[in-house]
Design a protein around this ligand. Sequence first.
Ligand code: FMN
Length: 148
Amino acid sequence: MQNDEGQSSPAIHNIVYCSRAVHDMDKEALEKIISTARHHNPRFGITGLLVFGSGIFFQWLEGPRDNVTSLFKIIAADSRHSHVVLLTKEDEVRERLFPDWDMELVEVEDISAVLEDAMHEASDPQQKNTLSKMLLELKKSALGNQGC
Ligand SMILES: Cc1cc2nc3c(=O)[nH]c(=O)nc-3n(C[C@H](O)[C@H](O)[C@H](O)COP(=O)(O)O)c2cc1C
């Protein structure tokens, strides 16, 4: 595959999942995850974002297929969260969506918008269903007022 300038443009693999934190996650616990991610991800060409609110994680990972797949296996086995639901797993020939984010923690107030976007993008009815349930839970818990 070549771009307009005749250079090869590799496929970007991306994985999006949701999960539930097993214990309360304070700022320190979240920072620990982010700093581990920022330590490892650049070496593997992985970028993305992590959202946390109301006990729910939402993470977008993108990069070379093998690296993203391996990292996801490691993350999915992490005992700090459970109920890991894979929402999207795809290859695309495109620019990265988050080229400068080794792993960015997104503000909690933005989680609803992020999930709503993901819901609009999701093609699988089961994915839409999961996201819609999560949005409902977020609304019930008045996440926006917690300021965590
Ligand atoms: C929600 C969540 C997201 C994580 N995201 C990443 C990540 O993007 N990159 C990473 O290397 N580790 C991430 N981790 C941590 C990994 O599961 C694992 O603990 C870590 O890669 C092990 O690194 P270490 O061998 O240096 O301790 C995440 C953990 C959790 C719970």
